[in-house]
Design a protein around this ligand. Structure first.
Ligand code: FAD
Length: 360
């Protein structure tokens, strides 16, 4: 599939591959410019909510230090600590019996996501891999229940992502994402009938497994509307999906934009309710489309898989007769990208906050 000018126009936004550390540094510098104060090394172990709306929240760290907060934004990722307060509320609202899906440690997680990386320089020493690392291509090899997707990430790193959609991968152990791991790539992942992939795995300098619970939260706030979760803490969109980071950025923007329009403190519960309503709609669309893509890439052998392969082959042609195929292939990306976070807030405001303001 080629990202032609026409397709980029339909996506209405650019498509970037950015290293996590570059994105992190960019936001860090923006925050510094706004005099945001940082507290590094503060490992949150607990958040205690107040008893009634707008009571302060106490955040405790592993060293015993406490911070009293007016409001807490839990942007603490896939294994969020802050999420526990939101899940507590969810259980209260839905009833004790209806456990929050995936929230309990004993519940099964989604299939693992695997990431293997190696320096481009190392690829270039191997005649079989040099071609892959020279081009700005993303290659996908699709097998029964698993897909291997690789490409350059920046000028010097080459990355192989492995998407699993089969129970045989469920027992792979999660590794610590924050630390470079030198552990061996499991045999299960090495068993792949493709020499270039075997070589990439052989030369890998880092290997990581991330597991993600399949969470469904109906709200993103605690019972007193003092704690809100955003980003990976809230959504559990496909972690290696193309839109995951964008979801976190959209959440942050939506929260900020809603609060920038606040005129009185007692509007906070409405605004946080609005955040949930606005964001849920879009993330559910992204989740559904991610799950369709995963299924498409990891199809077992059979007529469906043959039809998929025939369809993929047609995407090499760009004539007008092929327009319908290209539309089908790109529709999931366009669905995810076709969203304006500012417009979404403005629409919600018009429907919900304007009438409240007018009635005062
Ligand atoms: C292997 C892998 C590959 C991915 N590939 C892609 C991709 O190709 N495209 C894409 O869009 N997204 C991808 N993602 C997802 C992307 O990284 C997340 O969507 C994005 O980072 C979410 O941002 P966030 O701010 O919500 O959480 P995070 O980026 O996870 O940030 C959470 C922060 O909270 C901190 N934190 C956590 N717990 C605590 C605690 N108890 N106390 C104090 N601080 C804490 C962490 O240190 C971290 O700084 C990938 C993720 C993984 C793991």
């Amino acid at each position: 599939m080629v990202f032609t000018g026409e397709i980029m126009e339909s996506l209405q936004s650019q498509y970037y591959h950015i290293a996590y550390s570059d994105l992190w540094n960019h936001f860090y510098n923006l925050c510094k410019q706004c005099d945001v104060e940082f507290k590094f090394g503060f490992d949150v172990v607990e958040a205690q909510a107040g008893k009634v709306d707008l009571d302060p929240v106490t955040i405790s760290s592993s060293s015993g230090e406490e911070v009293i907060c007016d409001i807490v934004v839990g942007a603490d990722g896939n294994h969020s600590t802050i999420r526990k307060l939101v899940e507590e509320r969810e259980r209260l609202v839905l009833g004790e019996e209806s456990d929050v899906e995936g929230s309990s440690e004993s519940k099964p997680s989604l299939a693992p996501w695997i990431r293997i990386s190696l320096p481009v320089a190392r690829m270039q020493t191997d005649p079989g891999l040099a071609e892959l690392s020279r081009e700005d291509w993303w290659n996908i090899w699709m097998f029964n229940g698993v897909a291997y997707n690789c490409g350059k990430e920046g000028p010097d790193q080459y990355v192989l992502n492995i998407f699993c959609d089969h129970p045989r991968y469920a027992n792979l152990q999660e590794t610590d994402w924050s630390e470079e791991t030198t552990s061996e790539v499991p045999e299960l992942l090495k068993r792949v009938a493709e020499p270039q992939l075997q070589k990439i795995i052989e030369l890998a300098s880092s290997f990581q497994v991330t597991k993600q619970a399949s969470r469904v939260l109906h709200r993103y706030t605690d019972k007193c509307n003092q704690v809100v979760i955003i980003g990976a803490a809230a959504h559990a969109c496909m972690i290696n999906g193309t839109f995951n980071s964008a979801i976190a950025i959209e959440d942050a923007f939506t929260l900020g934009y809603l609060f920038s329009r606040m005129s009185a403190r007692n509007e906070i519960p409405y605004l946080l309710h609005g955040l949930g309503e606005i964001r849920q709609r879009h993330t559910e669309i992204v989740k559904a489309s991610d799950s369709d893509v995963l299924h498409l890439l990891c199809m077992p052998p059979g007529p469906e898989q043959e039809a998929r392969d025939a369809l993929f082959k047609q995407t090499h042609r760009e004539d007008s007769e092929n327009e319908e195929t290209l539309e089908f292939m790109w529709s999931s990306y366009i669905t995810q990208f076709d969203y304006d976070a500012k417009e979404a807030v403005e629409e919600w405001w018009l429907n919900w906050m304007k009438p409240i303001e007018n009635s005062r």
